[in-house]
Design a protein around this ligand. Sequence first.
Ligand code: KIV
Length: 260
Amino acid sequence: MSSSSIKFTINHIKKLKNTAAPFATLTAYDFTSGQIIDEAQIPLILVGDSASMMIYGYDTTLPITMEEMLLIVKAVSRGVKCSLVVADMPFLSYQPSIEETIKNAGLFLKEGGASAVKLEGGQHIGKHIKGLVDCGIPVLGHIGLTPQSYHQLSGYKIQGKNPKDAQKIIDDALSVQESGAFGVVLECIPPELAKKITKTLSIPTIGIGSGKHCDGQIQVFHDILGYGPSKPPKHAMQYDNMYKNVATVVQQYKKDVENN
Ligand code: KIV
């Protein structure tokens, strides 16, 4: 897919299954990062609820609200011409009921300019995924380590390490696919399990911390830049130390002003 002005659709993303090389995707949280990623013709941009930490300074993804997400989904969408923008559904914006899921996801498409939503969970969330797809709202699934279940999982840990847990993740993947999702994020599962799921599913898998055998990869924008005060997770592909670089520029500016 090399055209300079392609507008990525759900069908384009589905066709990225089993291509010769894996595809890259990234998170974005504002107009400028959306524009930069779009210019690189990255097929899919996730406005992730990781914004809760990266943008709003909360400790986990739990506190971020629909209002806070909607603001940044709008900003990213304004910067994007070609990538498919996926809005992450925040904690408790979809778990309570299918009606609430549809109402909130609808806002991301109607007002936010997103083309799809992502929500966390496998078999237990299948009806919600189906409800959205039946309304014409495309869904990206997210299984394995699901950060909104931080407390239930007792922290951020690799999931699916024993055969029983691995089988549950395979069943989750199949359920997400059967419910109508166009793709699924596999977060922090063993590479061999990710490989098996990738081979089993007919929809693309997008891995993070799950090895190289997924159809695509996703990274957090701030992690690849090193633009955060704390150490990025082990699976982050860090290419720069923007936090340090920006701090140096700010200090230099301060000195220059003070020196007239
Ligand atoms: O919110 C997020 O950034 C995510 C990715 C890590 C997949 O869910």
